[in-house]
Design a protein around this ligand. Structure first.
Ligand SMILES: [Zn+2]
Length: 347
């Protein structure tokens, strides 16, 4: 394996939309620190989610000469970042192309499978993938395994922790096979508090010798399980907040205010326009099974919840809904006790 190139320091001067002038998508760089075993950090898998890079470049500027632990930095989608877009039309979502259940054969998936092997060989200390949301959400951390080290890693960022195994092909899901991995969701891009919280997280993490026990972290953390995805049915024209002539379904205004709140049966998600009868939402479990009938029903022209759930990542962005989904549904996992004994290292 070729040794990784060191991160050129002048990159730290560039905002996300300028990086494409200097580096390609899927670039990997080493930043040398005192402890050799590296922390892996991924930024800009979605090109308009800039908090990760903003936080990382400020963090690295603060540690030009005294980084406590080496880091490997991964730059995701530079073409999309150049245009401040989640992804460029025609591109695949990079964060659905990492090694997972579905063995994808497209060129992006092949590239990311190679990269995964490269990083795995470096035996990373932990993996951190940094994102933003397009809707209003608390800042939260997502993990793919309910192990003590994963929960400790997530707790360094937020008390709001979710466990998810779907969608397939995420970076954190792939790396969870060989090191503690977390996805940070830092609220909406461009907000200062998300950047500050991420810098504090990196600052605390980079000094830790291990993740068996983390000082100051509560003994028990409540973790929510993200058990289903809500999408708009394919070929159902929709709009958010305002009816238009084409829309069969109009999603409620300010629906994203419900994120991370318990909702009761009868909570409206949207209204079917006259002449349209068909359920516009489709809810799937992690295996892809259609479970819509359990969660939504029509009451007159309204589409309402059928049982208590907590939604996450509801977005008001029509483009984000089209490219990804309307939201996820969550339920609590019984409080997870951390083991008394330190967990053994994940090999
Ligand atoms: Zn993202």
């Amino acid at each position: 394996m070729n040794p990784l190139t060191e991160l050129p320091h002048d990159l730290l001067e560039l905002p996300a939309n300028q990086l494409h002038n200097k580096i390609n998508s899927h670039s990997l760089f080493l930043v040398k620190g005192k402890v050799t075993r590296p922390l892996f950090v991924s930024v800009l898998q979605h090109g308009d989610e800039t908090t990760g890079w903003e936080a990382l470049r400020r963090f690295l500027k603060n540690h030009r000469t005294n980084l406590p632990r080496s880091m490997v930095v991964y730059f995701g989608n530079m073409e999309a970042a150049a245009h401040n877009l989640r992804l460029v039309n025609g591109q695949l979502d990079h964060n659905r192309c990492w090694p997972g259940l579905h063995q994808q054969q497209n060129p992006t998936a092949k590239k990311l499978a190679q990269l995964t092997e490269t990083i795995k060989a470096l035996n990373p200390f932990a993996s951190v993938d940094i994102h933003n949301n397009s809707g209003r959400n608390p800042h939260y951390a997502g993990i793919n395994a309910l192990k003590g080290e994963f929960i400790n890693l997530a707790s360094l960022f937020s008390d709001t922790i979710i466990h998810f195994t779907s969608p397939d092909g995420t970076q954190s899901g792939a790396f969870a096979q060989f090191c503690p991995a977390v996805t940070l969701e830092c609220g909406q891009a461009g907000t200062a508090d998300g950047t500050e919280q991420t810098i504090t997280f990196l600052e605390n993490l980079i000094h830790l010798p291990h993740l068996h026990q983390v000082p100051g972290v509560a003994e028990h953390q409540e973790v929510m399980n993200m058990f289903s995805t809500v999408k708009i049915k394919k070929n159902t024209p929709f709009s958010v907040a305002h009816a238009n002539a084409q829309a069969a379904f109009v999603i409620e205004r300010d629906l994203d205010q419900h994120n991370f709140k318990w909702l009761s049966p009868g909570t409206p998600f949207g209204t079917l326009q006259s002449g349209h009868q068909e359920m516009p939402l489709v809810v799937t479990d992690p295996m892809g099974l259609d479970i819509t009938d359990l969660y939504f029903e029509r009451r007159g022209d309204q589409v309402v919840l059928k049982q208590n759930v907590m939604p996450a990542m509801i977005t008001p962005s029509e483009r984000a809904i089209q490219l990804d989904c309307l939201c996820y549904l969550m339920r609590p996992i019984d409080r997870i006790s951390q083991p008394e004994q330190p967990l053994r290292e994940i090999s």
